[in-house]
Design a protein around this ligand. Structure first.
Ligand SMILES: [Ca+2]
Length: 500
């Protein structure tokens, strides 16, 4: 139990650091008014999909591309990186959509919120095993405090424009979670024009109404909605959360409006690498237009912009230079291209390699906005504003991942975990498989496990992981181990971990 207490205390140290470093920000912000905050999230965009993050390493995609295929041009993202700070070791909290978004919105490990897998799959698993009269877990709980709620209370006008994916029940709607305005989809994906899902149902919302999308290319529609919100005259600062659906499947490029689509997961094209690159380029242009609107409104010097992704790439994207992809916990599954820009505060063309995670943005935004974080909020994320200056450092800490239980791809569950501490990365591939230990400083591609040479390090990191797991699941609204037992008993998941 001592270990639990020590680890928990370490999680809560950041409050102390936030106080120390907020003086740095106070000195930097001359106007005294809190900045606007624009958080742009790409969906399934890989580390190597953005040119400046490849840093000269030859581009390759998860599934090899046909000869002659070119990487997407990401001129606007590269320019944004030049204007600010590249976070080269920024991680998504999970290797899939919903859990990362839960952590992003709450500043907590998603395991505390219960959103431990893609919501559709998780809810399906629960519904299939629920007892009579039992309400299965369906998404973000009403008792969670989101960063939008915090900023709304601090006087911000707030908008969520894009993909929510944190629940479809009425209490889980973005407007019940701190957003004044919502345009987008509460589901995981849709086609890129009508925003219909694979069953042909509209997934497009305007505030609280399920609506028909205009038919404009969806990435452009979201950018235009964000620009419209930014341009509204107001004496309040804004928080715009802009989670694009690109480049998640299905792949519809701007020129693909009239292509026939039979509803297959990947979209209407057969040249999927090329389609993917076009989708990424459309995303890059849309980001460029939003940034240009900030400049035109004279707001760029008073806006903190963060660009990130919710997990690594699938087949047609690139995790260059790393191993891995969406759904696994090698670096390519979770290390995501992340850029922070705040002209006048952050020096242009800077980089920081400190490990950071999606959940850190909550406290970072709170510090930037000088919004008080209520003491009872059990945040796991730290304040990243120390990285905004040359000398800034983050507190020493370990980062933890555990993929959740779910029902997917012919019914199996996976319990995959990883820990990063300093340059060590421990991957726990699941029951019956030996742990893998990598030293990322000389093996960033996680090719050569040195677990057997460093058994003490493995044991220490595993113990820290076990303590972390006990701590975060104590808050989970249900017992995931009990859920696994139920799923096994119902024959929904296999007894044994499948090899994959
Ligand atoms: Ca995703």
């Amino acid at each position: 139990m001592n270990t639990v207490r020590i680890v928990s205390a370490a999680f809560r140290l950041p409050a102390f650091f936030a106080i120390c470093f907020s003086s740095f920000l106070a000195a930097q912000i001359s106007s005294g008014a809190p900045p606007n905050i624009l958080l742009i999230v790409a969906d399934d965009l890989g580390y190597g999909d953005v040119a400046c993050f490849r840093d000269g390493v030859a581009w390759r995609t998860v599934k090899p591309a046909p000869p002659g295929t070119k990487p997407p041009a990401t001129l606007h993202l590269d320019r944004l990186a030049k204007s600010g700070l590249m976070l080269t070791s920024f991680y998504a909290n999970d290797a899939v959509c919903s859990p990362t978004r839960a952590a992003l919105m709450t500043g907590r490990y998603q395991h505390r919120t219960g959103v431990i897998n893609v919501l559709g799959q998780l809810s399906e698993a629960m519904e299939q095993t629920a007892s009579t009269g039992e309400t299965p877990f369906t998404g973000l709980g009403a008792d969670e405090t989101t960063i939008a709620e915090l900023l709304q209370k601090a006087g911000y006008r707030t908008a969520c424009i894009g993909k929510w994916h944190l629940g479809e029940m009425s209490t889980q709607h973005p407007m019940d979670n701190g957003f004044d305005h919502f345009v987008g989809t509460t589901a995981g994906a849709g086609d890129n024009f009508a925003m219909r899902d694979q069953r042909g149902r509209s997934t497009f919302w305007r505030d609280r109404e399920l609506a028909e999308a205009s038919g404009e290319y969806y990435t452009d529609l979201l950018a235009n909605e964000a620009i419209g919100f930014i341009r509204q005259p107001s004496d309040q600062p804004f928080f715009v959360y802009l989670p694009f659906t690109a480049p998640h499947v299905p792949y519809f490029a701007p020129g693909d409006r009239d292509l026939a689509w039979d509803g297959n997961e990947k979209g209407p094209r057969s040249d999927l690498h090329a389609a993917y690159a076009e989708v990424v380029e459309a995303l890059d242009s849309a980001v460029g237009r939003v940034l240009q609107a900030l400049e035109e409104e004279g707001l760029d010097r008073h806006t903190l912009v963060v660009f990130t992704s919710d997990n690594g790439p699938v087949d047609y994207g690139s995790a260059t230079p790393f191993r891995g992809r969406k759904t696994n916990l090698y670096e390519g599954g979770v290390r995501v291209p992340t850029i922070v820009s705040w002209p006048g505060v952050i020096k242009p063309g800077t980089q920081a390699d400190a490990p950071a995670m999606s959940m850190d943005l909550f406290r970072t935004f709170a510090v930037a906005a000088e919004a008080e974080v209520p003491a009872e909020l059990q945040l796991d994320g730290v304040d990243l504003t120390p990285l905004f200056s040359d000398e800034g450092r983050l507190p020493e800490r370990s980062l933890f991942w555990e993929r959740g239980v779910g029902v997917h791809m012919k019914q199996f569950h996976r319990r995959l975990a990883a820990i990063r501490r300093g340059n060590w990365k421990l991957v726990l591939p699941g029951p019956g498989k030996p742990p893998e230990l990598y030293d990322l400083s000389n093996d960033p591609q996680e090719r050569h496990s040195i677990a057997t040479d460093h058994s003490a390090v493995v044991a220490e990191m595993k113990a820290a992981f076990d303590a972390w797991r006990t701590d975060v699941y104590a808050d989970c609204p249900y017992d995931p181990d009990e859920l696994i037992l139920r799923l096994r008993k119902a024959g929904i998941i296999a007894e044994q971990q499948p090899s994959s």
